[in-house]
Design a protein around this ligand. Structure first.
Ligand SMILES: NC(=O)CC[C@H](N)C(=O)O
Length: 303
């Protein structure tokens, strides 16, 4: 397959670069990850796949889960969801509080922590058994019953998640959180603790490449909803580095502080990269570099 060679070449090129950046350390359990891990997996909508490096080793998806929680909430609530949060890039760090104070507790978008907390609140209200139902949604998307939360990572973040506690309480003070902040935070920390490998992650995101349908033909999101989720990934998926990712890679994508990045090429493929060393904006250093080179060499960006 044509993609395989390019993935292999670019992987070798980026693998030989000196590892720059640091593993996320503010969540104690994430510090224990080997910084030199590097894996890539590409899945196409015609059902082929190719992986290299540490692509079968599970890692913490952290903020990448925000796309999946948005998808489930959007599927359940439709356009009403946008009464509670916006669709503009924030231009601020993922855990920033500043805009909330002047914008009346309405987060800029669902992919910063503030927005993901509002989405968690929506799911908490809507789902009978929030943790179990969300996990069932993820497992059904990927047809993989082994995907699970990591209680170890969730507890580790819960013990030190002071900024998220502050964010959740601030939003609650404006009336944009319905449930108890402690319950919203517990749900949110669990979402972030989901563990998957690159192969599972790229397969999970194929429904977005495939206009909102799984490869088995099950509709997860309407076509227009899938388009909108990808538009948000394009404009807001990398916090205050979203412009840079768009500029250099040219794909809708989402990063997490576990060092994962997933990106989608509509009607073609999803690709997941994992390398735990992060740049100063909290995005995987080698992950960004790999995807930049990959879309340049393959000429497969959306632009
Ligand atoms: N950018 C991220 O991946 C952040 C997720 C992390 N769980 C947090 O809330 O801080």
């Amino acid at each position: 397959m044509y993609f395989d060679e390019i993935v292999k070449d670019v992987f070798q090129e980026i693998n030989s670069l000196e590892g720059r950046g640091e593993v996320a350390s503010y969540i104690p359990e994430l510090r224990k990850v080997d910084p030199e891990k590097f894996g890539v997996y590409l899945s196409t909508i015609d059902n082929s796949g190719f992986g290299i490096g540490d692509c079968y080793e599970a890692f913490s998806i952290q903020s990448i889960a925000k796309v999946l929680s948005l998808s489930l909430a959007y599927r359940m609530l439709g356009e009403k969801i946008w009464e509670r949060l916006g669709v503009e890039p924030s231009g601020t760090a993922f855990n920033s509080l500043v805009q909330l104070e002047v914008e009346n507790g309405i987060p800029r978008n669902p992919f910063i922590n503030a927005g993901a907390l509002v989405i968690s609140d929506i799911l908490l209200t809507k789902l009978d058994h929030p943790k179990e139902d969300f996990l069932a949604f993820i497992r059904s998307l990927s047809n993989n019953s082994k995907i699970d939360y990591s209680p170890r990572i969730a507890t580790s973040e819960k013990n030190v998640g002071y900024r998220n506690v502050a964010l959740c309480n601030l939003i609650k003070s404006f009336g944009n959180i319905e449930n108890e902040p402690a319950d919203v935070l517990d749900f949110y920390f669990n979402l972030c603790s989901l563990e998957v490998n690159c192969q599972e992650l790229s397969n999970l995101f194929l429904f977005l490449a495939n206009d909102g349908c799984t490869l088995s033909g099950r509709r997860v999101l309407g076509q227009s909803q899938a388009k909108r989720v990808k538009a948000l990934m394009q404009t807001c998926g990398f916090y205050d580095e979203s412009g840079e990712f768009s500029f250099k890679v040219g794909l809708p994508g989402k990063s997490g502080v576990g060092g994962g990045i997933v990106a989608v090429h509509p009607k073609q493929y999803a690709i997941a990269v994992w390398s735990p060393r992060l740049n100063h904006k909290g995005n995987s250093y080698k992950g960004m570099k790999f995807l930049e080179e990959f879309t340049t060499k393959s000429q497969l960006s959306i632009f």
